[in-house]
Design a binder for this molecule. Structure first.
Ligand code: HDE
Length: 488
């Protein structure tokens, strides 16, 4: 009796199961027998079904699709998957909220993760971004503290706006993203109606070794639409999986969502003189200075067959580069280069990249061996060290990173500029009147429960410095005066 192509129920060791409805007992009313190994296995495996949820971005939805090159950008990068118009690369995306736990609601005010894995012919390239082009902080060392304020109060186990606004009011670099978050982009109508951004500056290197700085923009072909607070709050209660369901149904019905990928390209030397530090992820580059150039089109056309296997186990890392794409000195990006694979080794295991969803279609060839859950042949009898005289895999010249100058002293230093107000004010002034109304309502609603006026006043000062109207309207909403204008 082979289990191959018939429907015999088996244990996880492949043995056929005699009875899956009744535990084995001594007599009809006797105690259960420990030799009922199917019972023991089922209960024991059930206890181990959950793996640790992501410490951030725990709630998410994923989809498969393809990326097609629509414009030749080979003069900027030698990246293989971008080197021919019409070239298609399979990809997988995972959208997510940031602060909520695995079972939390989709329609909360929060940035949305926008993590793309390109299964290229020379390894996986992961672009792990958000639906905002910027971030709250600009040094990785502040991230655990920032996330603590986004999660639950250690005593009450409740979300606490006191922590959130205390941290933001003492970290003025957050003002731009705080404004973005409380505007319409913080409440996307669906995952299909939002843009995605790499956020950081990355480095592109072409065949000649010329280097360019680049920022990625995924522009939704569905357009950008937002929910307003009352609708979002109602949905959070009635259908906490509203975005997940919408994405799944759209793809199931053949209504494939698509995004156009553009890049902003900055010549290497411009970084030294540009008016904004191009490696400060709380700031954008003006599109007037560096217009967007089209690269390709991403289409999502296949739902996961199994959520846990494909979405829960997906492991993205900003450190998954391919030749032609490299890191910039952005301190947040640098910190992320360690954090993601470290998180996956903890959450999914040392060999998480052997799981089907993470496995590169280009295969792997290295001297790494053993470790938990080795799911391949572990290199068989092949040589497991280098250098060796046994024709083991060798380095590839084109994968060497492009050497670059470093200057200055080793030190813990701040960025050059503390102007966190110009770009936040520009964003405020770009908003229509009704979006400004929604923004002020969202900020006031979020700040109202904060107990200490000191925190509120400190934050109002930041809003005021971005735009006096912004500050005044928030102060009014909170029944406070803008601190003495000359103080600001
Ligand atoms: Fe993340 N982030 N992050 N993040 N992040 C994670 O990786 C981290 C940051 C983002 O769908 C974690 O697997 C640090 C910026 C997305 O699986 C973790 C810093 C941006 C996802 C982690 C940041 C992101 C994550 C949590 C400060 C947008 C979900 C578990 C330097 C550009 C990916 C995990 C998915 C997930 C660390 C900041 C986006 C802990 C240290 C900035 C989309 O590794």
């Amino acid at each position: 009796m082979s289990n191959k192509n018939n429907k015999h129920l088996t244990t996880s060791s492949g043995a056929p199961v005699g009875d899956n409805q009744h535990s084995l007992t001594a007599g009809s009313r006797g105690p259960t027998l420990i030799q009922d190994v199917n019972l023991l296995e089922k209960l024991a495996h059930f206890n181990r079904e959950r793996i640790p949820e992501r410490v951030v971005h725990a709630k998410g939805a994923g989809a498969h699709g393809y990326f097609e090159v629509t414009n030749d950008v080979s003069k900027y990068t030698k990246a293989n998957f971008l080197n021919e118009v019409g070239k298609k690369t399979p990809m997988f995306i995972r959208f997510s909220t940031v602060a909520g736990e695995l079972g939390s609601a989709d329609t909360v005010r929060d940035p949305r993760g926008f993590a793309v894995k390109f299964y290229t012919e020379v390894g996986n390239y992961d672009l792990v971004g958000n639906n905002t082009p910027i971030f709250f902080i600009r040094d990785a060392i502040k991230f655990p503290d920032f996330i603590h304020t986004q999660k639950r109060d250690p005593r009450t186990h409740l979300k606490d706006p006191n922590m959130v606004w205390d941290f933001w009011s003492l970290s003025p670099e957050s003002l731009h993203q705080v404004t973005y978050l409380h505007g319409d982009r913080g409440l996307p109508a669906t995952l299909r109606h939002m843009n995605g951004y790499g956020s950081h500056t990355f480095k592109w290197v072409n065949e000649k070794g010329e280097v360019f700085w680049v920022k990625y923009h995924f522009i939704s072909e569905q357009g950008v639409k937002a929910l307003d607070d009352p609708v979002a709050n109602k949905l959070a209660g009635e259908n906490p999986d509203y975005h997940t369901e919408d994405l799944f149904n759209a793809i199931e019905e053949g209504n494939y969502p698509a995004w156009r990928l553009y890049v902003q390209i900055m010549p290497y030397e411009d970084a030294k003189t540009y008016k904004w530090d191009p490696f400060d992820v709380t700031k954008v580059w003006s599109k007037d200075d560096y217009p967007r150039i089209e690269v390709g089109r991403m289409v999502l056309n296949r739902n996961p067959e199994n959520y846990f296997a494909e979405v829960e186990q997906a492991a993205f890392s900003p450190g998954h580069f391919v030749p032609g794409i490299e890191a910039s000195p952005d301190k947040m990006l640098q910190g992320r280069l360690f954090a993601y694979s470290d998180a996956h080794r903890y959450r999914v295991g040392a060999n998480h990249e052997q799981l089907p969803i993470n496995r590169p279609i280009s295969g792997t060839n290295n001297y790494q061996r053993d470790g938990y859950m080795r799911a391949d042949d572990n290199g068989g009898g092949s040589v497991n060290y280098e250098p060796n005289s046994y024709d083991g895999p060798k380095e590839s010249e084109e994968a060497r990173i492009n050497p670059f100058e470093v200057t200055g002293q080793a030190d813990s230093v701040n960025y050059d500029s503390e102007d966190h107000y110009t770009q936040a004010g520009d964003l405020y002034r770009l908003m229509s009147d009704d979006e400004k109304d929604r923004l002020i309502n969202a900020v006031v609603g979020h700040m109202k429960p904060v107990k200490k006026d000191e925190i509120k006043l400190r934050q109002i000062k930041h809003f005021y410095k971005a735009d006096p109207e912004y500050g005044r309207r928030v102060a009014e909403g909170l029944g406070l005066e803008v601190p003495e204008e000359q103080e600001v």
